[in-house]
Design a protein around this ligand. Structure first.
Ligand code: ADP
Ligand code: MG
Length: 405
């Protein structure tokens, strides 16, 4: 590690009492908005005891258990999660959650990880410590490569494996009714050589149904129309006048957490009843990134720009229908947003410079395996979350179903 990283590691060792006795900090491997992650060697790695398991739910009570070395004559090692899973996490990732992150948020992340401890494809929580106002989470170190180093070279077979692994993880998470909310390449640690990845970063994750109020997107079309007409009647306006001028409805507030470029349309439209389907959309953005060989694919500065980017692809007609689903109105005069948008196959051909003519003077087409990938992508990019494919269904889709396990 360079000098700045070395300084940072020293500072961490000096401010977090006791950390250096248990861990040998090796390097800084991640630095995000909410945390810094270090690679470390667990000096007690073959001395795990059940005492390391988290039982206390109250963050304020999390503190390092006494460091105790097992001695000869202490009897056999008690079975632990690490051992029963046949993986000794000698190397760990220590996630130092910034003190500016709220305690509730930190507790939420650790609790959800604890709920998901049985899932193979979710990076398990080994333990967590608190010292004063600082909380660290300890996870087994998972070897992976930087997405930007391999995504351009992935074959369709590689892509299938990647998504088989990602959707297996999502199916497990969604089965617990948990939305990850921040699916993107840096939160899915993928080992391309093994064809296996794990999900990390549950900092924004939430249980489906918490913090939500009904949205009309769950209603049938006729119920929706009636509710919209009633709302408009309050303003004394006709439904055809477009944007209501004196809208008496309170402005909408909804969870919009996530990463720009990966947010589903219903998140951008402030749907108040978001589901696990938002993770499927974000996974679709990863797939589009890989197929188009462009990262980041969407590059908007804010939510309005993000809607414009999506609308450019899907066209204004479908965007209007999508907005109506959530009781919103989509209007635009931007000339680059056509009514019909573009087919995803076209976009991928353009992005990969294959939009010319072939030797027979015909327009170039995608090979059949990529066409299959695009069909799958369309299912991830259903604008209506209720119609969008679920993780379970995705694993049965022809694009993923017959991937060698
Ligand atoms: P943040 O909330 O700051 O984004 P993450 O949990 O996403 O924190 O971790 C940030 C980065 O640290 C990841 O993108 C990854 O590169 C690295 N990282 C996190 N957990 C692990 C792990 N268990 N093994 C290896 N690297 C990890
Ligand atoms: Mg992250």
């Amino acid at each position: 590690p360079d000098e700045a990283v070395q300084d940072d590691i020293e500072k961490f060792k000096n401010t977090f009492k006791g950390i250096a006795q248990r861990f040998r900090l090796i390097n800084r491997i991640g630095e995000g908005t909410f945390s810094t992650v270090y690679k470390a060697e667990d000096l007690l790695y073959d001395n795990y005891d059940n005492q390391w398991d988290i039982e206390q739910k109250d963050v304020s009570k999390w503190a390092p258990p006494p460091l105790k070395r097992r001695r000869m004559g202490d009897g056999p090692m008690p079975p632990t999660r690490a051992h029963s899973r046949n993986q000794k996490p000698k190397y760990v990732a220590i996630k130092k959650i910034y003190v500016t992150s709220s305690p509730i948020r930190t507790q939420n992340e650790l609790e959800l990880l604890h709920d998901l401890r049985g899932c193979d494809s979710v990076c398990p929580l080994i333990t967590a410590f608190r010292y004063q106002d600082q909380v660290v989470a300890v996870l087994p170190y998972f070897k992976h490569m930087d997405f930007r180093d391999y995504f351009r070279d992935m074959t369709v077979a590689d892509i299938r494996l990647y998504f088989r692994s990602l959707f297996t993880a999502l199916a497990a998470v969604h089965k617990h009714n948990i939305l990850h909310r921040d699916i993107k390449p840096t939160n899915f640690l993928y080992d391309i050589r093994k064809g296996r990845g794990v999900l990390v970063d549950f900092g924004l994750a939430e249980k489906e149904g918490t913090d939500c109020t009904p949205c009309i997107c769950r209603d049938t079309q006729s119920e929706r129309r009636e509710k919209v007409l009633n709302a408009l009647a309050l303003t004394g306006q006709q439904p055809s006048t477009g944007y209501p001028k004196n809208d008496p409805r309170p402005s909408r507030r909804a969870n919009r957490a996530g990463t720009r470029g990966f947010r589903a349309p219903e998140v951008l439209l402030k749907c108040t009843d978001q589901t696990t389907k938002i993770d499927i959309w974000s996974s679709g953005v990863i797939l589009l990134t890989i197929l188009s060989r462009r990262f980041p694919f969407f590059n908007s500065a804010d939510d309005i720009e993000a809607l414009i980017e999506i609308a450019t692809i899907f066209g204004s007609r479908r965007m209007k229908a999508c907005a109506n689903l959530h009781g919103a109105i989509f209007e635009t005069t931007i000339p680059t947003i056509g009514e019909k948008g573009f087919h995803l196959e076209k976009i991928i051909l353009w992005a990969t410079n294959r939009s010319g003519k072939n030797e027979h003077g015909e327009e170039e087409k995608l090979p059949s395996d990529e066409v299959q990938a695009v069909k799958f992508l369309q299912r991830c990019f259903e604008l209506d979350p209720q119609k969008r494919i679920s993780a379970e269904e995705a694993l049965r889709h022809e694009f993923l179903a017959e991937v060698g396990e």
